[in-house]
Design a binder for this molecule. Structure first.
Ligand code: ZN
Length: 169
């Protein structure tokens, strides 16, 4: 089931998500919905708070469904290692139409549970490391605009407020 994606301005996006106690059928159903929602958007990553669920879950697929091995789903993910620095443009499904250059680690290793409840560890470099950090930020109630310097952030926030006033957000 495709779930509506909440946008910047919704409180859930600013709140830290809580750990999943157990990988129940409801949790698996949520993960499956998140995958469907990510592909439909389309996007390369989605975190549970973006579909209104304050749980520590994210899904990533750099191939957006084209590569059968491209899909990664993490429940209760944690960083094992992070190093290096990269600077690239990024966007977010909760901030449609906005992009900015964000500082991210060049490499990030994430460990968490998959949909079967098994522990999985994945090393991400480049875009995958960026996606890992972007989605982990969502689980901590942080959006990419929060990583921008004041002026850049204010510009985006002002444009969103204008759209909201016009009923277009
Ligand atoms: Zn995002």
């Amino acid at each position: 089931m495709i779930r509506p994606i909440v946008r910047y301005g919704d409180r859930i996006l600013t709140e830290p998500a809580r750990e999943v106690d157990e990988v129940t059928p409801d949790v698996v159903a949520l993960v499956n919905d998140m995958i469907e929602t990510m592909y439909a958007a389309p996007g390369i990553g989605l975190a549970a708070p973006q579909v209104g669920m304050g749980l520590r879950i994210f899904v990533v697929d750099l191939s957006v469904g084209r590569d059968p091995n491209g899909l990664l789903a993490f429940i209760n993910p944690v960083f094992v290692e992070r190093d290096g620095v990269q600077l690239e443009e990024e966007g977010c499904l909760s901030l449609p139409g906005f992009n900015a250059t964000v500082v991210r680690p060049a490499r990030a290793v994430v460990k968490g549970l998959d949909r079967s409840g098994a522990e999985r560890q994945v090393e991400g470099k480049g875009l995958l490391a960026r996606a890992f950090q972007h989605e982990m930020d969502h689980l901590d109630g942080r959006l990419f605009v929060d990583r921008l310097r004041g002026i850049k952030r204010d510009l985006i926030v002002r444009k969103i407020k204008k759209l909201a006033r016009a009923g277009q957000w």
